[in-house]
Design a protein around this ligand. Structure first.
Ligand code: GZL
Length: 319
């Protein structure tokens, strides 16, 4: 009898260890609800996530949110119905996610936020892998404050309304310029993170602000809007960058390095797009029952014209 019990234990342990090995080696199926394809950075981020999934043998179900929250929510519901192992979400705006995140939790599917954040209860997602957007705004303002000795009339071009990227960058930038009585934002409008949006906002500023004659700097929440704005300035014969209105923006897309190398842009806070390795590791850890930090912060380097030509040579060769 004791022999039988011992044999059963051995068989049970064997089955459990084989199951554990199988779970570790099982090909992961991950749903990724991306915001859209509104900017150069977004495209670079999407490509990086797909390439890393391929490298790690992850079956990535990709959904382009087309810049619409309802499309992203529908994608999450589809991933739940497909019973994916985990969901990655880059939420276009902060609010309106509680219900669908609860549905994922009830289906026992972990959700990991990548890039932007949400205002939902943090218990509804495992972690958020992203840069600190408030810090990016503070970095941008700190650079401008030292570059202008704290005296500057600034025009701002905002990202998507309600997005954590726009809200937090605006907040961080504002906190730092508030330290300098001589620095103020004289105009702010929404460019929705697109080149066309930035161009249209700048065309309006050129008209309403007398050709920007009293404007010392342009602060854009992302490069694409600044690149569109620079196009509008060129069409109006107004100089930016080295010999003109100072510029500061966030992302570090390849064309921004060209603009800095050409002397049209002044400085950049770079947003690293390669969140894949960290995000997929968080997926594996959470599925294996291991603890995952509630917030994983990516670093925010800055880049300037002095290395822009070399950086442009690298990024244009890679694309
Ligand atoms: C920030 C990201 C922003 C980028 C823009 O992490 O959400 O969205 O700065 C993109 O280029 O549109």
């Amino acid at each position: 009898m004791r022999f039988l019990r011992a044999s059963l234990m051995v068989v049970l342990l064997l089955v459990l260890s084989l199951t554990a090995v199988h779970a570790q080696d099982k090909k992961l199926t991950v749903g990724f609800a991306q915001t859209g394809s509104e900017s150069g950075w977004r495209t670079a981020f999407t490509n990086a996530m797909k390439a890393e999934a391929e490298k790690e043998g992850i079956d990535l179900k990709f959904s382009d949110g087309q810049q619409k929250q309802e499309v992203q929510i529908a994608a999450l519901r589809s991933f739940i119905a497909q019973q994916v192992d985990a969901i990655l979400l880059a939420p276009i705006v902060e609010t309106g996610w509680d219900a669908v995140l609860k549905e994922a939790q009830d289906a026992n599917i972990p959700v990991i936020l990548v890039d932007r954040g949400v205002s939902a209860d943090p218990s509804l997602y495992v972690t958020r892998v992203a840069a600190d957007f408030n810090h990016e705004g503070r970095l941008a303002a700190a650079w401008l404050a030292q570059a202008t000795l704290g005296e500057c009339n600034i025009v701002e071009i905002q990202g998507t309304v309600g997005s954590s990227a726009a809200l937090d960058r605006m907040k961080g930038f504002g906190e730092v310029i508030a330290l300098f009585p001589g620095m103020k934002i004289v105009a702010t409008q929404v460019g929705d993170f697109t080149r066309d949006g930035g161009k249209k906002v700048m065309e309006g500023y050129i008209k309403s602000l007398d050709g920007l004659k009293d404007v010392c700097a342009i602060w854009a929440h992302n490069d694409d809007m600044l690149l569109g704005a620079i196009q509008a300035l060129k069409e109006a014969g107004i100089k930016s960058g080295k010999d003109g209105i100072k510029t500061i923006s966030v992302d570090g897309v390849c064309d921004m390095f060209k603009a800095m190398a050409d002397g049209d842009a002044s400085a950049n806070v770079t947003l690293l797009p390669d969140l894949g390795p960290i995000a997929y590791q968080a997926v594996r850890d959470t599925l294996a029952g291991k603890p995952v930090e509630k917030r994983i912060v990516m670093p925010s380097p800055m880049n300037f014209p002095d290395t822009a030509a070399e950086q442009y040579a690298k990024c244009s060769a890679a694309s």
